[in-house]
Design a protein around this ligand. Structure first.
Ligand SMILES: NCc1ccc(-c2ccco2)nc1
Length: 325
């Protein structure tokens, strides 16, 4: 259908990359529902920064137009970031097209982006109020394309070590099982944010971590970053799990039989498969948990959550739908 693109995982499902056509040039971008800038590796970057990357060259696009004096500068929770100037061009993903989409051209990127040669930029899908372009803030691709879509939605169908998809304009019932639950989203901070205060470990009792605790649905974050109470209670049920400062969080024997994790999304429990919480090997015996404690007071439900849950982002009524897949 119109607006359907693949989402291909990198090694260890660290991030997912999707092909986007910008002024006739195709770049693989990381669709990020936790931010609101569409920025790309550009021909203005140093050779050192672009080696191994596909770059967007505005001079090779007939439909590019510079926005005089506009700049962007963004930094992410993992300490990475990018900055540069801004223009508009035709952006087409899987047939869903915006003719004058703000495209932010990096003139500087952090080392972690330089080293991630599969990643040629980010396509932000949070709310436009988080966009960093100055002096005039710009709209996200989703905000711009929404009026032309059959339904004002996009969906994320991310899989463990397999190619999934993002789709704009419809919720494909063939992509999930059972009923889809929709919950209202609090857009105040510009995220796809909802209340998530309850959890359960395996078939254990549902308990409250922190009354009123909030979470965001973030396809641009690899792991689930949950309340410390959730992480402590979960790993207490995993023999020989330890919180290892050197590894950067909870680790456990790779052959552990991990319990499922239940998290509430606006009051309805969603399941995260225990097998998805075995994220990556860190040494001969131990593996790193796909759910870790967040240092902040906002939980981040990243790709590990999406591997068990098909998610629909409804920009028409600011709601989030989720269902097992
Ligand atoms: N949560 C936004 C985000 C996404 C990707 C990245 C990243 C860093 C290096 C490669 O990718 N950083 C932050």
């Amino acid at each position: 259908g119109v607006g359907l693109v693949t989402a291909t995982p990198e090694q260890n499902d660290v991030e997912y990359l999707s092909p986007v056509d910008i002024g006739g040039q195709t770049l693989n971008l990381d669709f990020d529902s936790g931010s609101s800038d569409l920025w790309v590796f550009s021909s203005q970057l140093s050779t050192a920064a672009t080696t191994g990357h596909t770059v967007y060259d505005p001079n090779k696009s007939q439909s590019f137009a510079l926005i005089q004096g506009a700049t962007f500068s963004i930094s992410y929770g993992d300490g990475s970031g990018a900055a540069g100037n801004v223009g508009t061009d035709t952006v087409n993903l899987g047939g869903a097209t915006v003719t004058k989409q703000a495209v932010e051209l990096a003139t500087a990127v952090s080392q972690s982006f330089v080293e991630d040669t599969n990643n040629n930029g980010l396509l932000g899908l949070a709310f436009s109020k988080l966009n960093t372009v100055k002096p005039a803030q710009q709209k996200t691709f989703f905000d711009n394309v929404m009026p032309s879509l059959a339904e004002p939605v996009f969906t994320a169908d991310l899989k463990k070590a397999a190619v999934g998809s993002y789709e704009f304009g419809r919720v494909d019932a063939a992509k999930f099982t059972g009923a889809m639950t929709f919950v209202p989203v609090n857009t105040t901070q510009g995220f796809w944010q909802f209340t998530s205060e309850k959890f359960a470990v395996g078939t254990g009792a549902v308990q409250t971590s922190v009354a009123g605790s909030q979470a965001i649905a973030d396809t641009g974050t690899t792991l689930i970053l949950a309340e410390p109470a959730v992480a402590r209670a979960y790993y207490a049920q995993v023999p020989n799990a330890v919180n290892d400062a050197q590894a950067g969080g909870f680790v456990f024997p790779c052959n552990s039989n991990l319990p499922d994790l239940m998290l509430d999304i606006g009051g309805t429990m969603a399941k995260v498969s225990g097998s998805d919480i075995n994220f990556a090997q860190v040494d001969a015996q131990n593996c790193f948990g796909g759910m870790q404690a967040t240092p902040a007071n906002l939980q981040i439900y990243g790709d590990i959550f999406f591997k068990s849950n098909f998610v629909a982002f409804n920009g028409g009524n600011s709601s989030l739908g989720f269902a097992p897949h």
